[in-house]
Design a protein around this ligand. Structure first.
Ligand code: SF4
Length: 182
């Protein structure tokens, strides 16, 4: 019998989920991957990230569920904030959008907690994500970039042959930075 999940893991992409699933497993948790990324644009990029998140789930023997892709709703949530820099108010609204959907899904599934892979990225402020997460009682504020979590995600992504994107995800982040996933 498969072990029932104990925590919902909002999953932004396969590479970031590598460190999170490893650490959650080390803590005795059984994560259920929840791919919820209405922020990602264009659709081809969304599909590519989903494909590699699924690839990781198969490798690790974990379940993954996909949220509906509603980029229009996401655009409405960040309206007026398009020109904000990364780590600014647009990203705050983006985090709220995704964490809200994860909170709803955790409730729907009857899971006691949820967290997010977003804190792996060295480009994102974990404090900003935690501030948004405070609004959701089931949110577990886990800082996966601690202890070289980001570097670990790069190593594991190479090991598993996962696609690593070079921009955060939305159309407003394209070309804004050089570097890697998350
Ligand atoms: S840069 Fe990333 S976190 Fe910020 S709004 Fe775009 S997709 Fe969301």
């Amino acid at each position: 019998m498969p072990t029932p999940p104990t925590i919902l893991l909002h999953t932004c992409c396969g590479p970031c989920a590598t460190t999170c699933t490893e650490r959650l497993g080390d803590s005795g948790e059984e994560p259920l991957l929840f791919f919820s990324n209405c922020n990602i644009f264009p659709r081809e990029e969304y599909d590519l990230r989903l494909e590699h998140a699924r690839k990781l789930a198969v490798i690790l023997g974990l379940d993954l569920i996909e949220d509906a892709y509603d980029h229009g709703a996401w655009l409405s949530a960040v309206a007026g904030l398009e020109d904000e820099p990364e780590r600014g108010l647009r990203c705050q609204a983006c985090f709220r959008f995704s964490l809200s959907r994860a909170a709803d899904r955790a409730d729907l599934l009857g899971l006691p907690a949820f967290t997010t892979t977003l804190t792996v990225s060295r480009y994102k402020s974990s404090a900003q994500i935690f501030e948004v997460g405070r609004a959701f009682p089931k949110f577990a504020p886990l800082d996966f970039k601690k202890g070289n979590g980001y570097e670990r995600s790069i190593d594991l992504s190479r090991l598993y042959g996962l696609y690593r994107q070079n921009f955060c995800g939305c159309e407003f982040s394209v070309g804004r930075r050089k570097g890697s996933a998350g």
